[in-house]
Every structure is written in structure tokens, then in C-alpha cells.
Design a protein around this ligand. Structure first.
Ligand code: PEP
Ligand code: MN
Length: 389
């Protein structure tokens, strides 16, 4: 159930009046570098027969000054040639009202908002105001920092300006810890966004997550397995000599090979499959209930221990005891085929709740708050209770 309160009412690709379907494939170079590079790459991509939309960045938001910042306005006629000479729709990134106006004038078919622009409400509002009254499809990439509210906020500003054909693109997040990827995928973000707005078309940009050709396939497959709506991939006629993101771009030929190697799943199960899934889902529901009942009992016991500690004036936090519990559970996780990181996170959450109960803090339902079962995902996200926020 979708709760009211958000101006965002997403519509599915099939209602975008552009002949788009899941899984939508968008491909093209990171940057538009020259007319020849843009047109040749577009023709090679068009020839593959699987791509609907051609992407190319005209204004490149570079982290440090001095790198190639795009061909800008001069490249708009190149996109017009792509439109005229191929079957592809065209798409580029906008970050200012000036970009928007130039793209609308040149007849660019779709726009996207980049990861460095999404977190800035002033920029988003400026773009939204420039788009008022023009119903062009717009995709919003996630903000560079892991903040779901900023991502939703940007989509809402555009919805308020009257944009109805709105999509999102998951391109990973800047993260302070080293990860094998250029941007951490943090899949929980697109998952939570879809949970809050089930109709929203969320694509994945595996190029900017992976940051290198060899890791692209794994990320793309994960996105499809999760049921995301398609892929935006960087494709360049000569990736090694690209002016930006050379390590992550594919040749049209390698791109086709990669797409052929991926398994494209249906978003929804067929009827026969529904029955088979239902049996398994019933089992899962039953097990989830048992897990919760056991957790309830566990917390009641923790509270009794808390009473005892209070009477004896013993500190609530007993690090050695917790250390031994954690060790025991991690050893067990190995036997049960559960990942150590999952068990550690799960036990950590239990520990935090135990401490809260032993400190005598009230739970939400004890304090007369809104019972959890009356809230759906969207309410929680909109009320800023998102745990990833
Ligand atoms: C891009 O798509 O080329 C780009 C700059 O992406 P992002 O905003 O995701 O970094
Ligand atoms: Mn790029």
C-alpha cells in the first residue's frame, strides 16, 4: 500500500509513450568528444539492435579542475545527427537551467541528473523550474553520498514541477572505506527506493559502480537479479583513448558480448511459478514469525538480567560476555552456511536492543507510539526514519 503525502506518483515505462520496456538498455560514451566519435559510436550501438537510448555527457562534472569538461553546447548538433541517422533516442546530463533550455531547444529526448547535482536542492530546484510545463522524461541518479532522502527529494522536486515520466538510476555511492568498486553498490538503497515507490523505474549504471571493465558484468547481473528496470552502460568506439572514464567503457562489440552473457529475468513470476513460490513463501512467513517470537522471549530474559544488574549495581555493558557470545555465534555461522558479516550485523542489532531494554528504555509500542505494523515502507522513508539515512 502506497501512503499519501508524497508528490511522486511514478508511472511505468509502458506508459511513457516512447515504446520503452523493461529491461531498458541505455548505452553510449561517458562524454561526447567529437562529432565523429559520437555519430560512429551511436551507429555501432544502433547496429546491435538491442539499445533504445543513446547517452553522452555534454557537460562533464569533473572532480578536479583541468580534466576534460565536455564539448558543451557545441555537441548538441551531434546528438541531433544521432537522432536523425539512427533509431536511438538521445539523452544527456543537465546540471543547470541553461543546460535544460539548450537541450529542450535542440530536441534531446531525455535528460538525466548526475550524482553530484542530486544532493544540491538549489540546483535541483533550478532544473525543476526550467522544466516546468515541459513533460520530458528525466532520470535522477542517486546522490554521491548515501542518503535516500536526498534522492527522493530530488525526484519529488521534479514531480512538483509537473514531470511525470520520472525514473531513477543507481550508480553507487562514494564511501570512505575501500571497496573493490569505484562506487560502493550499497544495494539496500535502490531496494528501499523501490519498496517506497514500487512503480518507480530504477535503472542501474554498472559502469560508474564498477569503475573497471572486468567488474561490470557482475554488477550488471546483480542489478538484473534484483529486478531493476534496465542498465545504463558506458560504450565508446575507442575506450582506451576516451577523454573520461577510459577504464570502465566498453567497445560496442564487448558491450554486445556482455549483454548476451547476462540473464535477463522477468520482473514478475508467471502463474505456474506463483504456486510453487507460494509454498516456499508460506514457509518463510512461518519461520519469520518464529524468529520474532524467539527474539521477543530473548529480550524478556535480557530485561530480567537487567533487573538483576540494577539490584546488584552491576554495569549493563559486560564486554567480555558479549565477546564470548559473538565468538560462539560466529563459529556457529560457519556450520550453518551463514556469512560472518551477516551474523555479526544481526547479533550487533540484538545487542543494541538488549542494552536498550536493560537500560529501561521504553519501546515504541509501550510508549504509545505508532505500532510498527501500521506503517508501511513508504511512510517510514517519508518520515525520515530510514535506517540508512
Ligand atoms: C556519467 O554518467 O558520465 C556521470 C558523470 O555519472 P555520475 O553522475 O553517476 O558520476
Ligand atoms: Mn562517466
Amino acid at each position: 500500500m502506497i501512503a499519501s503525502g508524497s508528490p511522486l506518483h511514478p508511472i511505468a515505462f509502458k506508459d511513457w509513450r516512447l515504446g520503452l520496456d523493461r529491461q531498458l538498455l541505455i548505452a553510449g560514451p561517458c562524454s561526447a568528444e567529437s562529432e565523429e566519435q559520437v555519430v560512429n559510436t551511436a551507429k555501432a550501438i544502433d547496429g546491435l539492435g538491442i539499445v533504445k537510448v543513446f547517452r553522452a555527457g555534454l557537460w562533464k562534472p569533473r572532480t578536479r579542475p583541468g580534466s576534460f569538461e565536455g564539448a558543451g553546447m557545441d555537441a548538441l548538433p551531434w546528438l541531433q545527427r544521432v537522432k536523425a541517422e539512427t533509431s536511438l533516442l538521445t539523452m544527456t546530463e543537465v546540471a543547470t537551467a541553461q543546460h535544460v533550455e539548450a537541450c529542450l531547444k535542440a530536441g534531446v529526448d531525455m535528460l538525466w541528473i548526475g550524482a553530484r547535482t542530486t544532493p544540491n536542492p538549489f540546483s535541483i530546484q533550478e532544473i525543476a523550474d526550467a522544466l516546468r510545463g515541459v513533460d520530458i522524461p528525466v532520470f535522477v541518479k542517486n546522490p554521491i553520498n548515501p542518503d535516500l532522502q536526498l534522492w527522493i527529494g530530488a525526484l519529488e522536486r521534479l514531480a512538483n514541477a509537473g514531470i511525470t515520466r520520472l525514473g531513477a538510476i543507481h550508480r553507487g555511492f562514494s564511501w570512505f572505506e575501500r571497496t573493490p568498486f569505484r562506487n560502493s553498490p550499497m544495494w539496500e538503497f535502490p531496494i528501499r527506493l523501490k519498496a517506497a515507490f514500487p512503480e518507480l523505474e530504477v535503472l542501474c549504471d554498472p559502469s560508474h559502480i564498477a569503475g573497471s571493465r572486468d567488474k561490470l558484468g557482475g554488477i550488471a547481473q546483480q542489478a538484473l537479479d534484483l529486478g531493476l528496470s534496465g542498465l545504463m552502460v558506458e560504450v565508446h568506439q575507442d575506450p582506451d583513448n576516451a577523454c573520461s572514464d577510459a577504464e570502465q567503457q566498453l567497445t560496442p562489440k564487448d558491450y554486445k558480448e556482455l549483454m548476451d552473457s547476462l540473464i535477463f529475468r522477468q520482473a514478475h513470476p508467471t502463474e505456474g511459478m506463483q504456486d510453487r513460490l507460494q509454498g516456499l513463501r508460506d514457509l518463510i512467513d512461518q519461520l519469520d514469525e518464529e524468529v520474532l517470537q524467539k527474539l521477543g522471549t530473548r529480550m524478556d530474559i535480557a530485561e530480567r538480567i537487567g533487573d538483576e544488574k540494577r539490584i546488584q549495581q552491576v554495569a549493563i555493558l559486560q564486554p567480555e560476555r558479549w565477546d564470548s557470545i559473538m565468538r560462539r555465534m560466529l563459529a556457529l555461522s560457519d556450520h550453518l552456511g551463514l556469512s560472518a558479516s551477516f551474523v555479526a550485523e544481526f547479533m550487533d542489532a540484538i545487542h543494541r536492543e538488549s542494552i536498550r531494554r536493560q537500560s529501561g528504555e521504553q519501546t515504541e509500542s509501550q510508549s504509545g507510539g505508532v505500532p510498527m505494523d501500521n506503517k508501511n515502507e513508504k511512510d517510514k522513508v517519508l518520515k525520515n526514519e530510514d535506517p540508512f539515512h
